[in-house]
Design a binder for this molecule. Structure first.
Ligand SMILES: Nc1ncnc2c1ncn2[C@@H]1O[C@H](COP(=O)(O)OP(=O)(O)OP(=O)(O)O)[C@@H](O)[C@H]1O
Ligand SMILES: [Mg+2]
Length: 235
């Protein structure tokens, strides 16, 4: 990787902690996590179920806030920002693929990809239509555009969510177990799609996963256990 590019962290977490609940029911989901992710990296975040992966991804993307510590995303300190400013940063820089997909149930698959592109305001309707068709096709759903989420399998919904995130051509893709609901062959094709986007466009990828294939293709692996970072292949 180009050394100058490597100098710019797109994400910086400093001593980030996040707990849920109080007293006896308190869960410390993240404990003093420090992490820098550099432009163009492909990072796999691994760890057992309940270790804090989703919590960490939500915090670094500004979807959730830490109880303590700082989060810097594209040189902006997120802690002090209002929801409106956070939303603007997310829509400008970030494609987030949720573990639970977060598709809009009343819209069909095509419109789930198409409408957010239009709402973002930066591209024409015809360009948005082309992109929606292209990315649905690239996740293997060219013929499924007319179906609503309720008429799609979990894996198909997951792929619509992936197409929706990719269609924005963001600088950073944060994905929470994007192959978790996919069979082996479909999962591998999605991994190749992500690897290709990382190589071709220099898109930074931060992906939580239990998949050994995805872990093997990542350039950097970070492990988390009980809310603590236990391993970083870059250290
Ligand atoms: N909203 C919440 N309220 C209370 N506890 C929560 C909440 N969200 C997460 N937790 C707890 O925080 C810890 C970390 O959860 P998190 O969802 O980040 O794990 P994960 O590594 O993403 O797990 P998985 O691999 O199953 O998706 C778990 O102990 C979980 O029970
Ligand atoms: Mg999770």
């Amino acid at each position: 990787m180009h050394s100058k590019v490597k100098m710019l962290p797109v994400i910086m977490l400093n001593d980030v902690s996040r707990s849920y609940g109080v007293k006896e029911s308190k869960v410390e989901a993240l404990k003093n996590v420090n992490l820098e992710v550099f432009s163009g990296e492909f990072l796999a975040l691994c760890g057992p179920s309940g270790s804090g992966k989703s919590t960490l991804l939500n915090i670094l993307a500004g979807i959730d806030k830490p109880n303590s510590g700082t989060v810097i995303l594209f040189r902006k300190l997120l802690n002090q920002l209002q929801e409106k400013e956070l939303a603007a940063i997310r829509s400008h820089y970030l494609g987030f693929i949720f573990q639970s997909f977060n598709l809009i149930p009343v819209l069909n698959a095509f419109d789930n990809v198409y409408y957010p592109l239009i709402l973002n305001g930066h591209i024409s309707k015809s360009e948005a239509k082309e992109r929606a068709a292209h990315y649905l096709s690239s996740v293997g759903l060219a013929d499924m555009g007319y179906r609503k989420p309720g008429q799609l399998s979990g894996g198909q919904q997951q792929r619509v969510a992936i197409a929706r995130a990719l269609a924005h051509k963001p600088q950073l893709i944060v994905a929470d177990e994007p192959t978790g609901n996919l069979d082996q062959v479909t999962g591998e094709s999605i991994i190749e799609l992500l690897v290709d986007i990382n190589r071709r466009n220099g898109t930074t990828l931060v992906i939580s996963t239990h998949s050994l294939q995805l872990k093997a293709r990542a350039q950097r692996v970070v492990e988390i256990c009980d809310g603590e970072m236990t391993y970083d292949s870059a250290q």
